[in-house]
Unconditional design. Structure first.
Length: 198
């Protein structure tokens, strides 16, 4: 079973991965965006780990809802409200249970991803974070490792796509041939689950 400490470790592991990969995320965003994705997420997840340390919610839903609110209030770019909605809605779906199974978490994350799709109006293949998140939700029923691999593969598969949403869509066909920064950071988020479980 997954408890609040697991979800706090997930957020901490994500913050470390974002710190480690910030330069690469910004480099990807400089090719098809405005070169701020690494800095946006670094600011956001640094604030998330700080508030979780201070308030330490004692349920999985509480951890994710607080993390989501923090991302929304600290990240100015498109990714802040989108990741914030992902975590808030996932947390809401987990309710106030003290522990959840991986299957229950997978179902809740599915609701969170659906909320991201609704907020941003994107679908699979639009070259966004959804291209990593949707396959990850599918694979999460199997294992954390499978979800991480699916997210990573989904991010790589954005390279030949033309962006249909967000800043990259302004480039039209010139967005083809570049990996989407948000799909890349979404893979970091999902890969951090296996670390939190270890
Ligand atoms: P901004 O584009 O506002 O500078 P970021 O650089 O932080 O924000 O995040 C860009 C990423 O956000 C993109 O790579 C993409 O994955 C994601 N994104 C942008 N718009 C949408 C959308 N409408 N739906 C889903 N994801 C989106
Ligand atoms: Mg950007
Ligand atoms: Mg920006």
């Amino acid at each position: 079973m997954l408890d609040a400490a697991f979800f706090r470790r997930w957020m901490t592991a994500t913050a470390s991965a974002v710190d480690r990969e910030a330069a690469r995320l910004t480099e990807l965003d400089s090719a098809i965006g405005d070169a701020d994705h690494g800095a946006n997420l670094q600011r956001g997840f640094t604030a998330v780990t700080a508030v979780l340390e201070k308030e330490a919610p004692d349920t999985p839903g509480g951890v994710l809802a607080l993390a989501g609110r923090q991302l929304i209030s600290t990240v100015g770019g498109a990714s802040g409200p989108l990741y914030g909605t992902l975590l808030r809605r996932t947390g809401k779906a987990l309710g106030d249970r003290a522990e959840v199974s991986r299957e229950e978490f997978a179902a809740a994350l599915g609701e969170g991803v659906a909320a991201v799709a609704q907020l941003g109006g994107a679908v699979a293949g639009d070259k966004t974070m959804l291209d990593a998140l949707l396959p990850a939700v599918e694979a999460l029923g199997e294992s954390f490792a499978a979800a991480g691999e699916a997210a990573r593969a989904g991010a790589l598969a954005t390279v030949p796509l033309q962006a249909r949403k967000g800043r990259a869509s302004y480039l039209g066909e010139r967005s083809i041939g570049h990996q989407d920064p948000g799909a890349t950071s979404a893979a970091l988020l999902v890969e951090a689950l296996a670390e939190a479980a270890a």
